[in-house]
Design a protein. Structure first.
Length: 319
C-alpha cells in the first residue's frame, strides 16, 4: 500500500507538471499567488512583480513645470533590448554578401523607426491616463492606511478583500495595455522581414534564467519541479528527496490557502469544509510518510541505488 501511495502521489505531481509543460503559454503561477490569503499572504504578494503597478505606473512631478508624468524610460529600455536582439538574430552570416547586408541595414533602420513610433504611443498613452492613475494611487494609499484593516468583523474582511481585488483590477487594465503594446511591437518587427528572413524562424527565448522575469523564473521552477518530483516518485528514484520536495511544495500551497477559521475568503462549499486539515494538508502528510519509509526500494529504482551504495560502502570499509 505504501508503494501504491507513492505511485498515486507521483502520478498526481507528474500529470500536473506535464500539463503545465503542454500549456506553457497559458500557465502562470501569478493568479494563484495573487489570491493568497491568511497571515502570510503579503509574502506571496511580494513574489509577484509590481502587483499594484507602483513601479511601471509610478508618477513623478516635472521639476520645470510641476506637471505630473509617468516615466517610460525603463519600459522603453526593455523594448530596445527586444529590438536589438531581433536585429542581431537576422544579421547575415556572410558579410561579403552585399545584398544581404543592405537588406539587414534596412531592417535595422525600420526596426529603429518602429520602436520609436511605439515609444511615442506609449508616452501618449501614459500622458492621457496620468490623472486616472493618480486617482488610483490615492485610493490605494487610503486602502493601505485604512484603520479598518485592524478590525476582524466578517463584513469588514469581506469589504477589504473586495476593495483590494477592485484596485488590482483597475491597475491590471493599464498594465495589460502596456504588455499588449509590447506584443504588438514584436509582431510589427516580425512583419518587417522579407521572405528569406522569415525562413530563419523567430528568435528563440533565452535559456539564461538571469534574463527572465521573476514570474518566468517561478513558472519554470514550479513546472519542472513538479515534473521531476512526480517522475522520481513514479520510478522510485531518490524517493525520500522527491517526497520531501513534494511535501515542501504542498506546504507552500497550504500556507497560501490555509483552512484557518475566520480567514476571508472562505473555501468554496463545492470543495467541502475543513478546519485546519484539508486535502492539501493530508497530501503533504502522505508525502512525509513516503519520505520516512523504504517505499522507493519496494518496486522502485532505489532498490538498485541502495544495493550499489551498500556495496560501495563495504568495499570502502575493507580498504
Amino acid at each position: 500500500m505504501l508503494v501504491t501511495l507513492r505511485l498515486a502521489l507521483g502520478c498526481h505531481f507528474l500529470y500536473e507538471g506535464i500539463w503545465k509543460i503542454d500549456h506553457r503559454d497559458e500557465f502562470s503561477a501569478k493568479p494563484f499567488l495573487t489570491q493568497a490569503k491568511g497571515p502570510l499572504a503579503g509574502l506571496f504578494y511580494a513574489m509577484v512583480p509590481d502587483i499594484d503597478g507602483r513601479h511601471r505606473l509610478r508618477i513623478e512631478t516635472d521639476a520645470d513645470n510641476g506637471k505630473m508624468k509617468i516615466p517610460s524610460n525603463e519600459i522603453f529600455a526593455r523594448w530596445l533590448r527586444i529590438r536589438d536582439d531581433f536585429v542581431e538574430f537576422y544579421r547575415p552570416a556572410d558579410t561579403d554578401d552585399k545584398e544581404a547586408v543592405a537588406t539587414h541595414d534596412m531592417l535595422k533602420r525600420e526596426a529603429e523607426r518602429t520602436c520609436n513610433l511605439f515609444h511615442n504611443r506609449l508616452k501618449k498613452f501614459l500622458e492621457l491616463n496620468v490623472e486616472k492613475i493618480k486617482a488610483y494611487f490615492d485610493a490605494l494609499d487610503r486602502f493601505e492606511n485604512d484603520k479598518e484593516r485592524l478590525h476582524n468583523a466578517p463584513f469588514q474582511k469581506q469589504r477589504r478583500w473586495n476593495r483590494m481585488m477592485e484596485l488590482r483590477q483597475e491597475a491590471a487594465v493599464w498594465i495589460k495595455d502596456i504588455e499588449n503594446q509590447e506584443r504588438a511591437l514584436e509582431n510589427t518587427l516580425y512583419s518587417l522581414l522579407d521572405d528569406g528572413q522569415k525562413k530563419l524562424g523567430s528568435p528563440a527565448a533565452s535559456w539564461n534564467p538571469f534574463r527572465w522575469s521573476r514570474m518566468e523564473q517561478i513558472d519554470f521552477a514550479v513546472t519542472y519541479g513538479l515534473t521531476a518530483i512526480g517522475l522520481c516518485l513514479m520510478l522510485g528514484l531518490c524517493t525520500p528527496l522527491a517526497a520531501l520536495g513534494g511535501a515542501g511544495f504542498m506546504c507552500f500551497v497550504v500556507m497560501t490557502q490555509p483552512a484557518f477559521p475566520g480567514i476571508y475568503p472562505p473555501d468554496s462549499f463545492i470543495v467541502g469544509h475543513a478546519l485546519l486539515v484539508n486535502k492539501d494538508f493530508i497530501e503533504m502528510l502522505a508525502l512525509l510518510v513516503v519520505a520516512c519509509t523504504s517505499a522507493g526500494r519496494w518496486g522502485g529504482l532505489d532498490f538498485f541505488l541502495y544495493r550499489w551504495f551498500a556495496a560501495w560502502r563495504r568495499r570502502k570499509e575493507r580498504k
